[in-house]
Design a protein around this ligand. Structure first.
Ligand SMILES: Nc1ncnc2c1ncn2[C@@H]1O[C@H](COP(=O)(O)OP(=O)(O)OP(=O)(O)O)[C@@H](O)[C@H]1O
Length: 603
């Protein structure tokens, strides 16, 4: 049977018994590991809740003693029992509230500590996971794990847990006081607990499925929203609004349907509990009353029993209510623990080989590649790129160009064969050495919030302002940066809103220039640029290339002109390899591409 590891199968609503057990164990382990550092506070909270519940559940007993023992004694002028019972009553009344308050504060402090820990763990872990995970798991889902699931856990730990623990203890202690007072009445309470347990079980089974479903649907709701908003340009360009409205409405309605089902379930549970509670009091009154008439039960004891049996099931409502939040939290915990169970697929070698002053020679030996367990994307091939060479990779869409680049950046490991940089297997490099040697400039030219200078300095965090300016000058970005409202200190806003696409590209070139890697990978997509900025970027690019090894995924042939060598990738194979001139002379695929391009330029 397949095991549910990590986030695989996380959309499954009904798990089989074994899988359920494993997921439960995983969630429980996470909870224990979060609670462990707060052991002292947890023990304090436990002591406080026990003391406060003893104080709260002692009232019926004290009343029984007062009526049956202290008052008759007082009638005989013996005031000591009344003073003792009165004193205890006063003590319990004064202590119950503050103890409960202290417990709430303590337990909430623990829950805040646990939540902080969990939030940080989820963030750090998700960031640590390899690109493979991120390319398959949508960002909306991650956001839903970090927001909606953590929030559900917050609600539970903040409110539900304290109420649940104090409610359960209250029931147990009140039940114990009934047993202490009268065995027969306790039997009535036990009999009443049987239907309560059955209804609870029924509720638990159904609501567990519903709550798991609610986590899945709410993640889908967030994903749908995220996808629309992050792709808002495409949405507008293709007028997908109406279609998106419908898709979102479908998920939102599914979410509502799920919530209504939960509410209905609770609607059955709550009234049943009330009815059983009332019947219990009536039964205790009937049996007790008859025995009072017989003279086998004292009136004070009956009063205490009625008070206690009226109260014994009173928190059950609350328990049931917060039981839902426990279910919800369990479902959230299952998902979060699944995410935390994911392991990075790219791991550092425990015995790495240092790479100092990388030259940038890249060699693929008998390499074959495919994503995960998927089909082969690059068939077995050999390829050597000498240090300092500029290689343009061309080929139709989906041919495997980006895949080649992702292997060199070690976003993915090769399936078989070996990939080396300066003769060192890429798997043997430390992440630090690899990132210093290889820099990938993506099409996205992502700018982080902060200033332009901060964004360039990403390439070398220790860089001085002079170095930053030098890098910007080198790639031709200095002029436009100077003209920005605050020059290098201009805040680029979220996602670089204030700079144009070409300018963003130039900033990312400056960043790469400053990082000064031996190998530069460039996923070039400048189709969004107008002609002047294209020229600007082209010039910046040439400066950036210098004499490093460069792999350029070329979408436009103007870039190929500056390359020493062209690789044509087709159907997972390198089908042509040579200088642009050689390939044109060969008259193959590249020659055809070049011809088409020349024609389009009217040359
Ligand atoms: N993360 C992934 N998981 C599984 N398959 C993938 C993944 N990324 C790409 N592929 C598949 O690998 C093949 C090569 O994709 P690749 O992105 O390398 O193409 P490309 O030549 O760069 O295309 P384009 O010019 O459109 O960017 C395609 O069939 C694609 O569907």
């Amino acid at each position: 049977m397949s095991e549910v590891r990590g986030v695989a199968n996380e959309d499954l609503i009904r798990l089989d018994a074994d899988e359920r057990k494993r997921v439960r164990r995983r969630s429980w382990k996470l909870l224990v590991s979060l609670a462990a550092p707060n052991k002292a506070l947890l023990i304090l909270a436990a002591v406080l809740i026990v003391l406060s519940t003893i104080a709260r559940t002692s009232f019926p007993l004290l009343i029984a003693w007062a009526i049956d023992w202290a008052l008759p004694a007082a009638q005989r002028n013996d005031w000591v029992p009344l003073a003792v019972v009165g004193g205890l009553y006063l003590l319990a009344s004064c202590a119950a509230g503050p103890l409960l308050g202290w417990y709430e504060v303590t337990s909430k402090r623990v829950s805040q500590e646990m939540l902080l820990d969990l939030r940080l763990r989820v963030f750090r872990h998700t960031q640590r996971l390899s690109l493979e995970f991120h390319e398959n798991y949508t960002s909306g889902r991650i956001i839903s794990r970090q927001t909606s699931d953590v929030e559900t856990l917050r609600e539970f730990l903040d409110q539900g847990l304290t109420a649940l623990v104090s409610g359960v203890l209250f029931v147990v202690f009140t039940g114990a006081s009934i047993l202490f007072l009268d065995g027969w009445s306790f039997l009535v309470v036990i009999v009443a607990s049987i239907p309560i347990a059955i209804i609870f079980r029924w509720y638990q089974k159904r609501s567990e499925v519903l709550y798991r479903e609610s986590r899945v649907v709410s993640a889908r709701l967030i994903s749908t929203f995220m996808e629309t908003m992050t792709g808002i340009r495409a949405v507008k360009a293709f007028r997908r609004e109406a279609e998106n409205d419908r898709a979102y409405e479908d998920v939102a309605m599914e979410y509502r349907a799920n919530s209504i089902k939960s509410i209905n379930l609770f609607g059955v549970l709550q009234p049943s509990l009330v009815v059983i509670g009332n019947l219990t009091v009536a039964a205790v009154l009937l049996f007790g009353g008859l025995r009072v008439i017989n003279g086998t039960l004292l009136v004070g004891t009956l009063v205490a029993l009625l008070l206690a049996s009226k109260r014994v099931f009173s928190p059950v409502d609350e328990i049931a209510n917060f039981y839902s939040s426990l279910q919800s939290a369990t479902a959230a915990l299952e998902k979060v623990s699944g995410l935390l169970e994911e392991e990075p697929t790219i791991v550092e070698d425990p015995e790495p080989i240092a790479l100092k002053n990388a030259k940038g020679r890249i060699e693929f030996k008998n390499v074959e590649f495919g994503y995960g367990a998927g089909p082969t994307v690059m068939e077995q091939f050999d390829l050597t790129i000498p240090a300092g060479q500029t290689v343009a990779v061309v080929g139709q869409t989906g041919a495997g160009k980006s895949t080649l680049a992702k292997m060199v950046a070690r976003f993915y490991d090769v399936r078989s064969g070996e990939l080396t940089i300066d003769s060192v297997p890429i798997k043997k490099l430390t992440a630090k050495d690899l990132r210093r040697a290889v820099v990938m400039v993506t099409q996205e030219a992502f700018l982080f919030s902060g200033t332009v200078a901060d964004n360039i300095a990403l390439g070398k965090p220790t860089a001085s302002r002079d170095e930053i300016i030098l890098a910007a000058r080198a790639v031709g970005a200095h002029e436009f940066i100077e003209k920005l409202p605050d020059g290098y200190d201009t805040d680029v806003n979220k996602r670089g809103g204030r700079v144009s696409a070409g300018q963003r590209q130039l900033i990312s070139f400056a960043r790469a220039f400053l990082a000064d890697p031996a190998i530069l990978i460039l996923d070039e997509a400048t189709s969004s640029l107008d002609l002047p900025s294209e020229r600007l970027v082209q010039h910046g690019l040439q400066q950036l290339l210098g004499n490093r090894t460069a792999i350029i995924i070329a979408h436009r042939l103007s870039t190929v002109e500056i390359a020493d060598r062209v690789l044509v990738v087709h159907d997972g194979k390198i089908v042509e390899d040579g200088s642009p001139a050689e390939l044109i002379a060969q008259g193959g695929r590249y020659a055809a591409l070049d011809q088409a391009w020349q024609d389009s330029l009217g040359r």
